[in-house]
Design a protein around this ligand. Structure first.
Ligand code: SF4
Length: 324
């Protein structure tokens, strides 16, 4: 049986920002650029959960925003449901949503929960009048484990976990197919994190959702995700089935991340050495200044992604049939 067509496809996607703000919207000659995302290609199948991991500053959140076209890519293409959504961003907004890390700042403090959830419904034409939208909001709140009466509350009257449930309800309001979850539990107490994760799993099964799950919590990613992509300085250095990556990581950076996860440490300690600047990434393999396996070729030549029969693609000279 052939694999299902991807829901989301990125091809050669890059995102660069000027270090200093541009003058009157124009870049200056030789303007230094932060290379937040560099030449990323990946695909996510319907109902799949793809985890995106890497140290802070690796470009995970930027990639999530560009994948939803909340920011335009500097280069490359984004295809959603088999088409270039460039001409129909409104449809993309309806079918692909984001849940943010910090529910405190992602919800408008001056609006009630009802007003927060009404806005996307009204914009995308859900419900003919306020009564219909209220009924839908009540159903959404129950779907995320909150009482319908909570629609009268303001965000500051809710706990952190309740606020994140409202954030999830807002993403679900207009029946998306894809949700980008950007560190959705990292601002929550540990006891609440498990409840929110269980809710995400339950909603995915019930609503046939597809997730791009951005997280620095490697154990959570292992448990939740079908496949995992590892980012380093804006590039995907390894991607493959979660179980295969965990049991036999191939890229030295993936190895460093995973071997650093101990029984009492949820977040990976940084790999040895400093993360190089994304303004002037090292030549060749950007990981070479920190890589214990680096050889002469690594300092001169960019490793290209190399796919294996077990579904893992890795960008490392040790795994492209050559030598480092
Ligand atoms: Fe290390 Fe070289 Fe592989 Fe980069 S290409 S991860 S420096 S062995």
């Amino acid at each position: 049986m052939s694999a299902p067509a991807p829901l989301l496809e990125l091809a050669g996607v890059s995102k660069h920002y000027p270090v200093r703000p541009s003058v009157l919207g124009r870049l200056l000659p030789n303007q230094p650029m932060v290379r937040a995302v560099e030449d990323v290609s990946l695909a996510i199948a319907p109902r799949e959960t793809l985890g995106l991991v890497g140290e802070s500053g690796s470009g995970k959140s930027t990639l999530g925003r560009v994948a939803l076209l909340l920011e335009p890519p500097t280069a490359g293409t984004v295809r959603f449901e088999g088409a270039d959504p460039g001409g129909d961003l409104r449809r993309m907004r309806r079918r692909a949503q984001m849940v943010f890390q910090d529910p405190q700042s992602s919800l408008n403090r001056s609006l009630t929960v009802e007003a927060i959830l009404s806005s996307p419904l009204a914009v995308h034409g859900f419900g003919r009048d306020r009564a219909e939208r209220r009924a839908r909001i009540a159903a959404l709140l129950e779907m995320v484990g909150l009482r319908p009466e909570m629609m009268r509350r303001f965000p500051h009257e809710l706990s952190g976990g309740q606020r994140q449930r409202v954030g999830i309800a807002r993403a679900l309001a207009i029946e998306p197919a894809l949700i980008v979850l950007d560190e959705p539990t990292s601002a929550l107490d540990v006891s609440i994190q498990a409840q929110v994760v269980n809710l995400l799993v339950e909603l995915q099964q019930r609503l046939s959702l597809t997730y791009l799950f951005i997280s620095h919590d490697l154990r959570l990613v292992r448990w939740l995700c079908d496949r995992v992509a590892v980012m380093y300085l804006g590039r995907i250095v390894e991607i493959g089935p979660a179980a295969v990556l965990w049991n036999a990581p191939r890229h030295p950076y993936t190895h460093a991340l995973l071997s650093a996860v101990t029984a009492d440490t949820l977040a990976p300690p940084e790999a040895a050495g400093e993360v190089p600047s994304p303004i002037r990434p090292p030549p060749g393999c950007a990981f070479h200044p920190r890589c214990p396996m680096a050889g002469p070729r690594c300092r001169a030549e960019l490793p290209r992604p190399h796919a294996s029969a077990d579904g893992v693609t890795v960008a490392c000279h040790l795994h492209d049939g050559g030598v480092a």
